[in-house]
Ligand binder design. Structure first.
Ligand code: TYD
Length: 202
């Protein structure tokens, strides 16, 4: 039995932590080992996801409208891509998922525990969640903005609040790794964590 069959692996962290690089390094490594891997990201390129990306460029929606669109986008993602792939026994790797809603929409006044409960009512909990950690200054310099510039999603204050939420999430599927190291080294830690998690427990 393939221990990664039907497994959901998620990367989260504030902007600039290198999530998408890790998603691709991991997907390539697992494919080389013979696994069937599907990668995806949120917000998706579906209608709700596109509306959200537009709002990031052109002006923020109200907190409730924005939250509703993230949920709509995720429901669609779960129904059309995530669940079918898991049911086919594939390995799904995501760049952001509902923990980003807890972190980012949590900064706009929503209750984080309630957001988690709501999302877990329709979105499967990951088997492994990697939270990539990085100090805010380094993250901002990596994404090329100094404090006071950049869009609302990228402001220092927002990112600090998001990092705090990510640091407080609890669950035995959660693994925190430092993003302040070369991507190849971080990738090795990701692989080692997956290997350790897929060993049968004594
Ligand atoms: P991001 O992964 O940074 O996309 P890109 O690399 O194309 O810029 O996601 C865009 C932003 O969306 C990011 O700043 C975080 C935000 N976001 C939320 O606010 N809530 C969510 O639920 C998700 C998935 C993302």
């Amino acid at each position: 039995m393939n221990p990664l069959s039907g497994t959901l692996i998620v990367f989260e962290g504030i902007d600039g932590t290198g999530k998408s690089t890790q998603v691709h390094l991991l997907a390539d490594a697992l494919r080389k080992q013979g696994h069937t891997v599907v990668t995806s990201f949120e917000p998706t390129n579906g209608p709700a996801g596109q509306r959200l990306r537009q709002s990031m460029r052109e002006g923020r929606l109200s907190p409730q409208q924005e939250l509703d669109l993230f949920h709509e986008d995720r429901r669609h993602h779960v129904e059309t891509l995530i669940n079918p792939a898991l049911q086919r026994g594939e390995t799904v790797i995501l760049d952001r998922y509902y923990f980003s809603t807890l972190a980012y929409q949590g900064t706009r006044g929503f209750n984080i525990d309630e957001l988690r409960q709501l999302n877990e009512s329709f979105a499967p909990q990951p088997n492994l969640l990697f939270i990539l950690e990085l100090d805010i200054e380094t993250a901002l310099s990596r994404i090329g903005v100094r404090d006071g510039q950049g869009n609302d999603f990228e402001k220092h204050e927002t990112l600090s609040a998001c990092a705090k939420t990510f640091s407080q999430l609890q669950g035995d599927f959660i693994h925190r790794l430092s993003a302040d190291q070369p991507p190849a080294d971080l990738h090795q830690q990701v692989l080692a964590t997956i290997l350790a998690a897929s060993q049968p427990q004594p």
